[in-house]
Design a protein. Structure first.
Length: 186
């Protein structure tokens, strides 16, 4: 479990399925372009339970790590932070994150991501963390840049969105050597 002044980040528990379903349903239209596979996987209570069980199994097998981002003062699921597409031969992982519309603009990811990155570098011993970001998502670009991620390039037609359209992504990456003193306290 990771903590910030405003949130608690923790791995999924089976009882979280109802919260995941609610978060997805409340944000289904706005997540369509960026999280189409999650939306396709979570559409009712049974599918949410299957989704959570899969994430728990992936965590235990060290194939992927997804944390729920919860409001500290109330049991409200605000979003997720994931380390996925792990390659232990490097070792590296892709960072993916999302917040529900009601939680955006409050600095929650600015607090949460440094905690996850610290854990990933210190505990998982990753040598590289990368993020693929839609070129239209300037808020996400600004966030990773503040954390020290470096823009490595534009990947053309790299992602198929929920409408079936191919879109570009910007590739950002962070190495432990990129970290500035005090970065974990943003």
């Amino acid at each position: 479990m990771l903590e910030t002044p405003l949130t608690i980040l923790r791995p999924w528990q089976p009882v979280d399925a109802v919260h995941v379903l609610a978060l997805i349903n409340q944000n289904r239209e706005r997540l369509k372009s960026t999280f189409p596979r999650t939306l396709a996987a979570v559409f009712d209570e049974a599918s949410a339970e299957t989704f959570i069980a899969g994430k728990i199994k992936a965590w235990e097998a060290r194939e992927g790590f997804q944390l729920g981002v919860w409001r500290r003062e109330a049991p409200e699921l605000l979003g997720t932070v994931s380390l996925l597409n792990l390659d232990w031969t490097v070792p590296r992982a892709e960072l993916a994150y999302m917040l529900g519309a009601s939680a955006e603009g409050q600095g929650l990811m600015s607090q949460a991501l440094p905690q996850v990155l610290h854990w990933a570098f210190a505990e998982l011993k990753l040598a590289r963390i990368y993020a693929r970001i839609n070129p239209n998502n300037t808020r996400s670009q600004d966030l990773v840049q503040r954390l020290g991620f470096q823009l490595e390039g534009r990947l053309r037609h790299d992602f198929r969105d929920g409408n079936g359209e191919l879109t570009d992504t910007l590739l950002y990456a962070l190495l432990p050597a990129d970290l500035q003193p005090g970065w974990e306290f943003l």
